[in-house]
Design a protein around this ligand. Structure first.
Ligand SMILES: Cc1ncc(COP(=O)(O)O)c(C=O)c1O
Length: 358
């Protein structure tokens, strides 16, 4: 039988193996020169003053909310369609999540929806570049005025807004380096900011609340290891090639699926990294059964995303956000990773359209 076409697969080569082995050899395993080098390299890439490496994209969001002093009594705006991390982080900070519906084509929350949802208790807005698709940064900034924005750019390293790189929108922007993301450190993440005081707070918060030899705040350990940073630095050498290939593969999918299935659209003038390629199944198809049939044909596919307000962790929320619910209930993610071959895309499309035609 043919090998399974995986949904995602990090591109790990000899450089990554050697970089990790060198760290193990050195004996310096945590918070050393490599973490700093990765912070500087990513901050420079996105045009930010500071990068603060942490243990995951989720930790980056949690620390960003703490650094902005979001807490009980505050509201935070948050798109309803995503992995639950941003909303869970708001809850963990003791604040209330105000869920916002998404645009039906781009699958991000737009400027107008964010502006309308804002109340007197709104302390911050989380803006997501979902699946690497850039949000409308300029319009959102104008719509929200002085309200602090935390950009959840977990999926969006290498993507570009109409005016500038993703990761440049938030007072703090958060990246993830999970293996399904553009560049991986195993688990890992980073906060990006231009604000010196916020960067200092983030560095204190990730390291048990330590500042100048004192424990000044009760905080945990969200540090990145040197092993992870070495992996990330090796991956960074491949970033241009990873982005080029992902865009090529996404263009092949878009062409082959044109007119057949709904896919995510990128704003005019912006550029996605296609961290995830989603398709929306037509009405009447059961997602689980479609994924199972695809698996039988040698293709791994999975749930695209979640309507977070409908998860058990938000049980009791009776709001209805129809577009997020529609995309969440019908969306599947199909394979896309840099080492995929063009014929694999053709195979996925043939299988998918075949399953829907049965
Ligand atoms: C939009 C978004 N935010 C945050 C995260 C959390 O990142 P991590 O898995 O590194 O904690 C994810 C992970 O999938 C995500 O998709």
């Amino acid at each position: 039988m043919r090998t399974l076409i995986r949904l995602a697969k990090p591109w790990i080569g000899e450089d990554e193996r050697r970089a990790v082995a060198d760290v193990l050899e050195s004996g310096q395993l945590v918070q050393g020169a490599l973490v700093e080098r990765l912070e500087q390299a990513i901050a420079a890439l996105v045009g930010r003053k500071h990068g603060v490496a942490v243990s995951s994209g989720t930790s980056a969001l949690q620390l960003a909310l703490k650094a902005l002093q979001v807490g009980p009594g505050d509201d935070v705006l948050c798109p309803a369609l995503s992995w639950p991390s941003p909303a869970h982080a708001v809850r963990a900070a003791g604040a209330r999540v105000r869920f916002i519906d998404i645009d039906p084509h781009e699958w991000n929350s737009g400027a107008e929806a964010l502006r309308e949802a804002r109340t007197g208790s709104t302390k911050a807005a989380i803006v997501i570049d979902q699946f690497g698709n850039p949000a409308h940064a300029q319009e959102i900034r104008e719509a929200l005025g002085s309200l602090p924005i935390i950009e959840d750019a977990a999926c969006a390293l290498g993507s570009r807004f109409v005016n500038g790189p993703c990761g440049s929108l938030g007072v703090v922007s958060c990246l993830s380096f999970h293996p399904r993301k553009i560049l991986t450190t195993g688990e890992g993440g980073m906060c990006l900011t231009d604000d010196d005081a916020i960067a200092d707070k983030l560095r204190t918060l990730r390291n048990h609340g330590q500042l100048g030899g004192e424990f000044v705040v009760a905080a945990g350990n969200s540090r990145m290891t040197e092993i992870a940073a070495a992996l990330g630095l090796a991956q960074l050498q491949r970033l241009d090639e990873i982005l080029r290939r992902r865009r090529e593969l996404a263009a092949l999918y878009a062409k082959a699926l044109d007119g057949a299935l709904e896919i995510q659209l990128t704003p005019d003038g912006a550029e996605s990294n296609y961290q995830t390629f989603g398709v929306i199944l037509p009405q009447g198809f059961d997602r689980k059964s479609v994924c199972k049939k695809l698996h039988n044909r040698g293709i791994e596919a999975g749930v695209l995303s979640f309507a977070i307000h409908k998860l058990v962790s938000f049980a009791g929320s009776d709001i209805s956000l129809p577009i997020a619910e529609h995309i969440a209930s019908r969306g599947i993610a199909v394979p896309l990773f840099p080492q995929m071959r063009n014929v694999d895309v053709e195979e996925v499309v043939r299988a998918l359209l075949g399953v829907l035609d049965e």
